[in-house]
Design a protein around this ligand. Structure first.
Ligand SMILES: OC[C@H]1O[C@](O)(CO)[C@@H](O)[C@@H]1O
Length: 368
């Protein structure tokens, strides 16, 4: 979901400059972007399985659950379009926002997009945490979706452009790692909050997302725009000065020249959409669209969104279903870590083929 950034590949060259304060704050803000995406994916399943939440906003669903309590038919206990709209409006809003976010990211820079992303996350979390009615819940959730759209466009591009070449790959994978940690943290928060005797646990679960959102807003204000983005907008000298600043050295000529070459090459492409549909680019087009498409179509987000609800409909108790979500989230974190640690050893292709087989096997098992 990148926002059209220009990333220079070092091609084995060793540019000067390493990890410094800019890179560290970049990682922090990026981590918050990933964490918030994961947190908002993972939080609603647990919240919608909390009784006080259902009683307040979805009394009919709660009543239906009570009525069905003794029945062996566990199917469709949570059959409410409004309830599923609350959860899935996140992705609908993210989809819409990503169109605007790509323009903001290109025209106003990555920093601006990250700032907006953080702001959407913040207001969305507050609205949800203080929700008095369903409207506040859904509007809050839509704003969180806008946050996802903006953060997913800008953060990976920002990371790629700020990171020194030698740690660029690792940092990019760190974004996915942060997503999975966010999902796991959400499920742990739900386990703790469901136990609050006040019955207000759902408010804390939904509202706690405001904490990383504040860090993201403040962090993105502290961060500079990337040299690539400044260059793209035509300010060459400013871009060079910024590159020197973030790399902590005056000796950046080689990297700067590569950036200029990349921008020039990008400018020469007159009809990018027409070009990409040419037969010679078919493999790139197919891979860049169908791989993420099918990755989402594996149904992973049914698990991430609804794990506790799924476990409840399978007959688990309230606490066991929240713990089930912790286990799914934990496996997701471990699997991501294993792939980060092994990707360079085995190569992307082997890992990809191995994962495809596992997904197929798991789907077959599920259908049975
Ligand atoms: O780790 C799984 C998670 O990662 C994503 O695919 C994002 O890259 C989410 O859609 C999913 O919930």
């Amino acid at each position: 979901m990148a926002g059209g950034g220009i990333v220079v590949q070092s091609g084995g060259r060793h540019y000067e400059g390493g990890v410094n304060a800019f890179v560290i704050i970049t990682c922090l803000v990026a981590a918050m972007g990933g964490l918030l995406f994961g947190y908002d994916l993972g939080i609603t399943g647990g919240v919608t399985s909390m009784e006080p939440f259902l009683i307040k906003f979805f009394p009919k669903v709660h009543q239906q659950m009570k009525d069905d309590a003794g029945s062996s038919n566990q199917y469709c206990k949570f059959d409410s379009e409004l309830l599923t709209l609350f959860t899935s409006s996140l992705y609908i809003a993210a989809l819409v926002a990503s169109f605007f976010a790509s323009v903001t990211t290109r025209v106003f820079g990555r920093k601006m997009s990250m700032f907006f992303g953080g702001l959407f996350f913040l207001v969305g979390a507050l609205l949800n945490g203080f929700a008095m009615n369903i409207e506040m819940l859904i509007i809050g959730r839509l704003l969180l979706g806008f946050g996802v759209g903006y953060a997913n466009q800008s953060v990976p591009v920002y990371l790629s452009e700020m990171a020194p070449a030698k740690i660029r790959g690792a940092l990019n994978m760190g974004f996915q790692m942060a997503i999975t940690i966010g999902i796991l943290v959400a499920s742990l928060v739900n386990v703790a909050m469901a136990k609050l005797p006040s019955g207000n646990g759902w408010r804390y679960s939904l509202g706690l997302g405001a904490v990383p959102a504040v860090l993201m807003v403040v962090g993105s204000l502290l961060l500079p725009d990337t040299p690539n983005s400044i260059l793209e907008r035509g300010y060459n000298e400013k871009a060079r000065a910024m590159l020197q600043k973030i790399r902590g050295t005056k000796n950046v000529e080689e990297e700067f020249q590569d950036l200029i070459d990349a921008v020039e090459t990008a400018k020469k492409v007159e009809h990018p959409w027409k070009n990409i549909t040419q037969p010679k680019y078919r493999p790139q087009l197919v891979m860049s669209t169908l791989i993420p498409f099918f990755q989402q179509l594996t149904g992973i987000n049914v698990i991430m969104f609804y794990a506790p609800v799924l476990y409840i409909t399978l007959g688990f108790g309230d606490e066991a279903s929240l713990l089930g979500a912790v286990i799914s989230g934990g496996v997701n974190v471990v699997a991501t870590l294993v792939s980060i640690l092994t990707v360079d050893k085995f190569g992307r292709r082997i890992l990809f083929l191995e994962v495809a087989h596992k997904c197929l096997f798991a789907r077959l098992l599920w259908e049975l």
